[in-house]
Every structure is written in structure tokens, then in C-alpha cells.
Design a protein around this ligand. Sequence first.
Ligand SMILES: [Zn+2]
Ligand SMILES: [Zn+2]
Length: 339
Amino acid sequence: MNPSPRDNFYRCMTLIVDNGNEAAWDLLDYYLSKQGTTLKDFIQNNQHEIYHLCYNYGGCCRCQYGTVNKPKSRILYQSQLDILLDTKGNNIPCNVHVRSKPTCSHTVNDHFANPNIVTKQLDLTLCRCLLFNFTNILPQGSVERNAFEDLINMRNKCCHAAKGEISSKDYQTYKAQIEKCLLALAQVYGKTHDMQLKIKDAEKRPLDESICKQLQQTVLQEQVLQGISGLHKHIESSQEAEERTTIEIQKIGKSTKRTLRAVNSSTKSAGHTASKIKKIEESTKRTLMAVKSNKRSVERKLKVNTERTMRAIDSSREAEENTATKIQKLDERLSKYGR
Ligand SMILES: [Zn+2]
Ligand SMILES: [Zn+2]
């Protein structure tokens, strides 16, 4: 007898929710125990970078102690950051976007990891975020990493089965895909055999309608959450856009100031030139005046000289005339007496 579509949904979902989450937690715990650390300390060590997975633009007050890699697009949402970090506490970094040094008392050693965090609080997405970004156990391009990615894709696919049913044809494909992912992950932390047993158990597990309803509820919640997260994404991206706009406006403001300063200084230099021109004009005027006055004095002198010369000429002519008259009178006297 072929299992019902309801049964198919139940089996796929229990594989992903029960066995998938367990695999992700085991992976993280395996890494942490190998490093000899706890989840809280692990988050603490990466707190600054985790913070910027959410606030991926601008700097926070801790950036003055050392900058961290910021993703091109936001990886974590505020609701996810709230799980990892003590975002309601006093140690959350100040969100500073300007270059000026913040005037807060935060130090780089302030601890703001969520103090009560445990592995089982993390869903597949958060586990992926920590494992991919802060550990080396799922290297980029590896089979294990692709398996983790595929498992999340399968979860999203099954979550779209809002009716809580999966057809027989889809079920075969989904089941094979999910099991392949689970086994690839279990291999990393050395529990492939355990995982095979769990998968067999899941096959035999009788359909439990109450669990099935719960799973369906989970799916619906997931869809609501995805809707909300979509809404969040929208709100956050519009906030981001606003922040960016503010930054742009600040930049424009700065460049405008710079331009104004440049204009001012060029006005000043133009002013310099103008005053230089004015000075040259003034000195030219002065020269001209000097030349004019010089000319006038030359003319005056010339005139005076000429007048004097003329007067001299006149007076010498007068004298000449006088002499002529005297000579004439003398002549007349001579003719009177001599003849
Ligand atoms: Zn920072
Ligand atoms: Zn601060």
C-alpha cells in the first residue's frame, strides 16, 4: 500500500526537523569540544564580527580597536542577533556611522554574548551562520557544506507544502535528498552509523496525527515568520536605505562645504586679483597723474620760459628800436651841424 501524502509530509518533516537540527547541533558541539570552548565563549570571541553580520554598513564604537569583515549584504536579522547576543544589555556597541571617535565607555573586552545561550536554541539558519562564518569544519566548496545548504533548501521546499501533504513522486526525491545531506553531515562528526539507524527509525515511525498537526503548525508558523522576516527585511532595508541616504546627505554636505570653501578661496584669490588690479589701476592712475602733472609743470615751465624769452625778445626789440631812434636823432643832429 502506498503511503498517503499526509504520511509523506510527516516523514520528510520529521527527518528535517528532528534529524536535521540534531545534525547541525552535533556539528557545532563537535567543533566546540574540539576547540575546548563553550558556545557562549565562542560567540563572545566573535561578537564584534557577529554584530556586523547584522549591521554590515558603517562602523560601531568597537571598530576603533580593530575592524572586522563586513558582508556586502546583511546576513543576520535583528531577531537572530537577539538570540546570539545580549542586545538588551548595556554592552551592545554604539551604532556610530560618523568617522569621529565615539564618546562612549565601551571597550573591546565588553562581553555581550547572550549569557544563557545553548546549542538547542539555534535553528538551521543560525547554525549555518556560525558554522560557515566562524569555523573551518565545513570548508567552502566541500561536499559537507553543500549538504548543509541543500538541507536548508529542502526545509524551505517542504515548508511550502502548506496543506501538510507531499505527493508520492515528490516524496521519493525529497527523501533521498534529505537522507544524503544528513549522512554527509554525520560523517564530519563521525556518527554516520547512528544517522543510518535514525533514518531507518524514521521510516518505521507510525504516523502520529498530533505530531503531524504540530509539524503543520510549525510550517504555518515558519511561513508567517518568513512573511514577517520578509517584512523585517523590507523595513530593515528601508531603514538601511534611509541610513545610507543620511550618509549620502552627510557626504554631499561635506562635499558642498568643500566646494564652498573652494569657492570662497577662489573668490578670495579672485579678490586678490581684483585688489591687485585695483592697485595696478591706482598706481597707473598715480603714474598718469604724475605724468600729467609732470606734463603740466613742463608745459608751465615751457610757457614761463617762452614768455620770458618772448619778453626778452620784446625787450631786445625795444632796445633795438631805441637804438635805431637814437641813431636817427644822432644822424639828424649830425646833418644839422655838419653841413
Ligand atoms: Zn564595529
Ligand atoms: Zn559605545
